[in-house]
Design a protein around this ligand. Structure first.
Ligand code: ARG
Length: 550
């Protein structure tokens, strides 16, 4: 529950905050070298072809396979990432897949096969769980003076579903079984990937900038050999940073691989006589299917204990971003808890770091299937930035501790030129941190534009508009990627709005952000990945639903 105190004004907040989760965004694209040759190895046969160099799966062959989708996406939407059902109520995906998402913005199509056939079972995500104690990405200087992002080192997240799925789930491989998998043995990965590289990027394939085209709506899989860690590290660059938390798979000559959009999907392997188990999660690679650059997968055996722990049967909000920014002087959240375990759990009293607990309906013993909630409020008394607050609720039996991280920033009034340049005097604009600048020379619609501030690598700059009634928020945007790709994202009510740096042609494009709820929050998030991309925005205006009838 949100307690907001806005009048009839729409509030625009601009803030700069450091990226708490620096996640590589390999959005909805994969690429595929056209390779018709197939592998026929024991236990892994291959019918017709198409992931990169992959093969069409048969209906029902991988019933645990799922597609992570924005909650309001249509059922044939390409979605965000792959995902696997690992328990009737839990799904496994890659951590970088859920960046900038909140649970209420996501759903999973479990058992998906043909994206055009509306098959599978669409279930909303209730909570996102991921390991908070571990490093999840960093930037390093690769020696050339350029900052390169290390992909997620712990690239996994467990999603709790709002109801159990009827589909069969996939078993996860443990370290003992994994020890039986030898380099050279074939593993299987899958997804709804593209088959061809986008020529525009073929010259400079990097994990961050490559995109594919011509996606197939049928689930494709590809068999790739498991690669020894030392061999994989010897590739150099980002590969040299990995350890046992990652598994590599692929051919030295490339040609077959998972790719963009396949992230979050599985890598399957067989330990001895056992049936296939999931051994990895599609994470990253330098380009796709390139020679001497393998696919990198988060290792399930390595993380197994943690992944099992995250399926602990207590439904609660682990990580809550609240869109990261808040303008109100008083702010509140309700945190819900439900016990799905067979036995009652004993709760300690909730603790909050910066805020106040205003209501707590949680009993000392939370019975099976019992629910309760804790309301927390924060006062913004001194304009101070709160990056993360923590509400902890110890569970005394058995040993579990539930931590909800509440992350947001406070913001204050922006310089008055913001509203002038953005083109809508009615918007009440707030700012935090480095200000966007006016660029007089570049304009659309006869007005100057705001251009992104120069911020450090890993920092982000966010413009946030809160409490908008139903309608549309329209703005013009242009991105200059000449020097590389930083990221620009739109987030509407916790869901990413698909805009893939599309304006590399250096033209302003008009983005109409649909506001479908009674009360809407929008964010424009710019992250500096060290690439000096430039972004301009202007002509930001809100259209009420009634104005839209034409
Ligand atoms: N990060 C990509 C995604 O989000 C997956 C990249 C996999 N790359 C590879 N060469 N196997 O879809």
């Amino acid at each position: 529950m949100k307690h907001t105190e806005t009048e009839n004004k729409y509030t625009v907040i601009v803030a700069t905050s450091s990226v708490l989760l620096s996640l590589s965004v390999c959005a909805l694209f994969y690429s595929t070298a056209n390779v018709a040759d197939e592998i026929n190895a024991e236990g892994r046969s291959s019918p017709e072809t198409d992931v990169i160099g992959g093969i069409k799966a048969k209906p029902g062959q991988f019933p645990f396979m799922g597609r992570l989708l924005p909650r309001n996406a249509s059922s044939n939407d390409r979605g965000i990432c792959g995902a696997t059902l690992i328990h009737p109520r839990y799904v496994l995906t890659a951590l970088h897949c859920i960046d900038y998402s909140t649970a209420k913005g996501l759903s999973v199509q479990v058992g998906a096969y043909d994206l055009e056939a509306k098959d599978g079972e669409r279930i909303d995500v209730k909570n996102i769980f991921f390991p908070t104690s571990k490093p999840i990405g960093e930037y390093y200087d690769d020696g050339s003076g350029e900052y390169v992002q290390v992909m997620e080192l712990y690239d996994y997240a467990v999603l709790e579903l709002t109801k159990p799925s009827k589909y069969p789930f996939i078993e996860l491989m443990n370290p003992e079984e994994f020890a039986l998998v030898k380099p050279g043995e074939l593993t299987t990965t899958m997804g709804w990937g593209d088959n061809e590289l986008d020529e525009r990027h073929e010259q400079e394939l990097t994990a961050l900038d490559e995109q594919g085209s011509k996606p197939d709506h049928i689930l494709n899989y590809v068999n790739v050999p498991y690669v020894d860690l030392e061999v994989c590290k010897a590739v150099g660059g980002q590969y040299s940073k990995i350890g046992n938390e990652s598994i590599c798979a692929g051919f030295k000559e490339g040609k077959k691989d998972s790719c963009y959009g396949d992230s979050g999907g599985p890598l399957l392997a067989t330990a001895g006589e056992e049936a296939d188990k999931q051994v990895g999660i599609v994470s990253w690679g330098e380009g796709c299917a390139q020679p001497d650059a393998y696919g990198v997968y988060a290792s399930i055996p390595y993380h197994l204990e943690d992944i099992e722990y995250l399926q602990h049967g207590i439904s609660y909000t682990q990580d809550y971003y609240d869109l990261k920014l808040m303008s109100q002087s008083r702010h509140g959240e309700r945190l819900d808890y439900k016990n799905y375990r067979d036995s009652a759990v004993q709760l300690g009293s909730p603790q909050v770091h910066e805020g106040n607990i205003t209501r707590n309906t949680c009993p000392e013993w939370l019975a099976p299937n019992q629910e309760c909630y804790v309301d927390v409020t924060w006062e913004n008394t001194n304009d101070q930035r709160v990056i993360a607050d923590v509400v902890s609720m110890p569970i005394l039996t058995p040993e579990l501790e539930l931590l909800s991280f509440i992350k947001f920033d406070y913001a204050s009034d922006a310089p008055s030129y913001y509203s002038k340049v953005l083109g809508n005097a009615k918007l009440d604009i707030l700012a935090y941190g480095a200000n966007w600048e006016i660029d007089e020379d570049i304009f659309s619609e006869g007005v100057s534009s705001l251009t992104n501030p120069k911020i450090n690598v890993g920092e982000e700059s966010v413009i946030s508009i809160r409490d908008l009634p139903p309608g549309k928020l329209q703005l013009d945007i242009m991105v200059d990627n000449a020097n590389g790709w930083d990221s620009i994202y739109f987030n509407v009510n916790g869901q990413s709005y698909p805009f893939y740096n599309a304006s590399i042609e250096e033209e302003f494009v008009s983005i109409p952000l649909p506001l479908e709820q009674d009360n809407n929050d929008v964010q424009i998030i710019y992250t500096n990945h060290g690439n000096d991309a430039k972004i301009w925005i202007d002509d930001l205006h809100f259209k009420k639903l009634e104005d839209e009838i034409i």
